[in-house]
Design a protein around this ligand. Sequence first.
Ligand code: UD1
Length: 365
Amino acid sequence: MKVLVIAGARPNFMKVAPILRKLEESGEDGILLHTGQHYDFQMSAGFFEQLGIPDPDYHLGIGSGSHADQTARIMQAFEPVLVESRPDWLVLVGDVNSTLACSLVAAKLKTDLGCRIAHVEAGLRSRDWAMPEEVNRVLTDRLSDLLLTTSPEAADNLEAEGIAPDRVVFAGNVMIDTLMRELPRAREQDTLARLGLSPGGYAVVTLHRPSNVDVREQLSGILEGLARVADDMPVVLPLHPRTRERVAAFGLGALLERMVITEPLGYHDMLALMDSAKGVFTDSGGVQEETTVLGVPCVTLREATERPITVSEGTNRMVEWPPTSHRIASAYADMLERPRLGVGVASPDGWDGRAAERIVAALRR
Ligand code: UD1
C-alpha cells in the first residue's frame, strides 16, 4: 500500500510524525510531501529534527501568500507530484490551506488515478465561517473517502452534513501520540530555568488567529488583559510571525514589555512550558487538546471552539466574548481557582497514544 502523507504548516508536523512511523513499522510505503506553507526554521525544519520526521520526499517550497494565491500555488505544484507518485491513499491532516489544496487536486483526479483521500481530524466544526480553517475542514471532509475522527461529536457533525457513516472511523487523537512519546524528553529540558520560571508559577499564551491579531481593537484588548495577568505572575508569550508583524504595525509593542516574549518555540520547549504552567491562554486548536491531556487549566481566546470535548471533558474554558481586558482578568481569577489535574486524568477516549495504529489499520481495511 502506497500512502502519500501531506504536511504544510506547524500544526501538521506533530500529526504526521506518528503516522509515518507506524506506516514504516507496518511495512507500508509511506511517502511525505511538504508544501512549504511554513518555512522558517522555528515553524518547520526544527520540528522535523525534534520529532525525528524523515526528510520529505517532495518539497513544494510554496511559502506565504493570500489564501487564493497560496492555495492555488499548492494545487499547481501538487498535481504533477500526485500524477507521478500514484499513491493508493492520500492522507491529509488538520485544516490548513495545504490540506484543502491537496484534497481538491486529488478529488479531481480520482477517476484517472484511483487515489483515495483520508482526512485525519475530520468532522470538527466551529460553525464560524469567518475562520479560514472552517472552510478548509468542511470542504476537505466533503471530498474525503475515509473520515478519521478524534471525538464522538465529530461523527454527529458529519452525519448531519449527510456524509455516509460507513466512511467515518473513530481513530482518536494522533497529536496525542506525539505528546505521550515526547513528554519524557520535554521534562528533561531546561526550558523553565532558561526563562527564569518556577513550576506552577507562570502562565503561557499562544496567539495567532487572524480574527484576534489582524484587528487592532481586538488585539489591544487581549494584550491589555494579558499585561494585567503579568502584574500577578510571569506571562510567557512565544510570538507567532503573524502576531509579531501585527503588534509592530499597530504600535502595540509597549504592551509586551511586561511579558516574557520569545521566538516561536520548539516542540519540547513548548510542551515543557505547558506541562508546568499554572494555566494557558490560547487561540490555537491543538493547545486546547494538549492542555486537556496534560490536565492544565486552559482559557480559549475564541468565540467558539471546534473542539467542545476539551470543555465538556477536559480543562478548557471559553473566554467571555469579545475578550476585553476585564474579561481576561476574570478568566485568570477563575484559572487561579482551578487545580492542575496531572497527565491523562481528563483525557477523552482514544487520546491514548495509539491513534496512528488505528489510522493505519483503517487505511489497510
Ligand atoms: C496557518 C494556518 C492556521 C494554523 C497556523 C499555525 C491556514 C489558513 N492557517 O496560519 O490554521 O493554526 O498556520 O501557525 O492554513 N510566516 C513566517 N514564517 C513562516 C510562516 C509564516 O514569517 O514560516 C508569516 C508570514 O508573514 C505569513 C504569515 O506568517 O504571511 C501567516 O502565515 P500563513 O501560513 O499564511 O498562516 P498562519 O497564520 O501561520
